[in-house]
Design a protein around this ligand. Sequence first.
Ligand code: SF4
Ligand code: SF4
Length: 542
Amino acid sequence: MQCLWPTEVNCMDIGLFFCRGHGPDGRTIDVDALAQKFAKDGQVSVHEHVCLTEAQRELLGKVERGEIDGVVLATCSPGHYGNSLHRIILQRLRAVGMNRNRIGFANLREQVVGPHRDDPEGAMRKARLLVQVALERVRLSHPMDSTEIAPRRVVLVVGATTGGILAAHRLVTKGYKVHLIDERPREAALKRVHVEDLPIAALDDDPRMTFHFGHSLTDANGWAGDFAVEVSNSDGKRWLNVGAVVVAVREQDDPALAQRIHELLLVELGMDGTLRPLNSTTLFTETREPGVFLVREDDVDETTRLRTAAMRADSAVTALSMLLDRNEVFHDIAITEVNPDLCGACGTCVKTCAFHAASIDAKRDVATVDTRRCKACGNCVTACPAAARDLVTYPHHYLLRAIETLSQYPSNGDPKVLCLLCDSCGYPAADDAGTKGLQYPASVLPLNICCGGRMDTQYLLYAFKQGFDGIFVGRCHDDHCRNIVGNTDMDRRMDLFRASLRARRINPERVRIWGLSPNEGEQYAEQVNDFCAYLREQRGGD
Ligand code: SF4
Ligand code: SF4
C-alpha cells in the first residue's frame, strides 16, 4: 500500500495527446489552438485519432524511452477506455510500465463537443480547464500499487437454471472445478428446467463438479481470480475459494436474490432493479465487477431459452477463461495506508464501512484496511475525523485543486455550476447527454468522484468560496449505489450541510442532488438546465 502523503510531482514530464476525432464538425474545439496553449508545458502531440496505431506507437515509444512519466489523453470519455477497444491502449501503456494513476483523461468529446456545439467560445474555455484538471490529477494522485495473484481455476455458479447448468458443463469440460449453488432443494430446482435437454447426468458423474442444492450465498469478499464466498444452509456455513462467479439466476422470480448479489458481489442494478451487464448488446455477460459474469434468463419459449442460454453460457465461459487462464492477475490497491500519527483509533471508519474492510489493530491502537475487501468507495475517508486516510486516485489535495481550477471559468452571464458526479452513474449520465448532443451551458463544469461516499461537504463549501453559483450532485438512484451506503451516507451529510448553509444565510437550494442512471442523459441535461435557470432567476439575471 501507499505511504502517506506524496507531494505534487512538479518535475513530472507529461505527454498530452490530443485527438481530432472528438471534433467532427471541426468548429466546436480548435484542437491546434488548444494544443498550443499547453505546448509551453512540454510534450504535446495532436493526432487524427489517438486510438490509431500511429498515435499509439508514438505514445508507447515515449514511455519506453523514458521521455514521459505520465500521459493525459485529451480525447473522449474515460468510460470508453474501460469497456471497449480503447482499453487496449491502457493495457499497452501498463505493459510498458506506466502506472495507472499516471494516465489521465480530459473528456473533450462527451463533456464539451457534444453539449456545447452552439457555443464554441464557451467550449474552448471549458476544454482548457478540463485538460488542466486532468494534468493535475496525474500530478497529484498517489501512484497506484498493485498486488499480483495466481487466479484460481475454480468457479462458483449461482443458480441451477438452464444457463447455469450449461455454463457449469462447459466449465468442467474445460477443466475447471465448479461449485453450483441453488437455494431450492434439488428436486424443486430441477423441476424448473428441461432436464432431458441438459447434461445433468454428466455433471453428476464428474469429480470436478459439486452441487450445493438448498444453499444460499451469504457473504463474499476478494477480487477477480481470488474470491472467498460463504455458502450456508440450515446445517451451517462454509467458505469456498473461487476465481470467478457466474450469476445465472432468474431475477424475475427472485428480486431479493438479485439485490443480495448486488450487495455481495457489487454487480450494478439497472433502472428496472435487475443486474446490469457492462453493455447489453456487446458485453452482455460481463459486469463492471471484474470476475463476475451474468447468464441471464428471459421469459421465452423453451426452444429459444435453450438456444439463448447456450449462447450466453458460451460467452460467459469465454470471457471467464480469459481471466482464469492467465498466470497472474494484478489488482490495484486504491486506498492509502492509515496514517498512524493521525489515527486516534476512534472506530468511525469501522462503523462506516459497508464491506467490513476497516478494523482496529488493538495491539498498535490504529485502524487498518483489508485491501481484499476494500472497494475504494471513500466513505471512511470522508467520515474520518482525523484525516488519517485517503484514496489513491482521488486524494484530498487533488479534489481541492480541481475545484480551484474549474472555478477559473470566466463569468459570462451564465451561472457557474460545479457538477460533482459519481463514476458509476452521474458521470456516465453526463456522457450520455453529450453523446446525444443535448445542450446546456458550458459553465456547467464536471468533476468526477468515485462515489457519493467520497462527496465531502467541505468540497461544496470550498466551491462556494471559490465563486461557484451552484453545485449539482449527480449520483446513483436510491438503492442502486454499487457501494451500498455511499448514497445514503452522502444524503445524510447533505441534510446537515443544508442546515448549516441556512445558518450561514446561504440559500440551500444552491445545492441540487439528483439520482441518475448511466443512460439518463436527458434527465441530466434537463436538470442542469433547470438548475441554471433557477440560479439565474435567483441572482436576477436574464
Ligand atoms: S476514522 Fe480515522 S481516526 Fe478513526 S479509527 Fe478510522 S482512521 Fe483512525
Ligand atoms: S474506502 Fe470504502 S470499502 Fe474501503 S475501507 Fe473505506 S469505507 Fe470500506
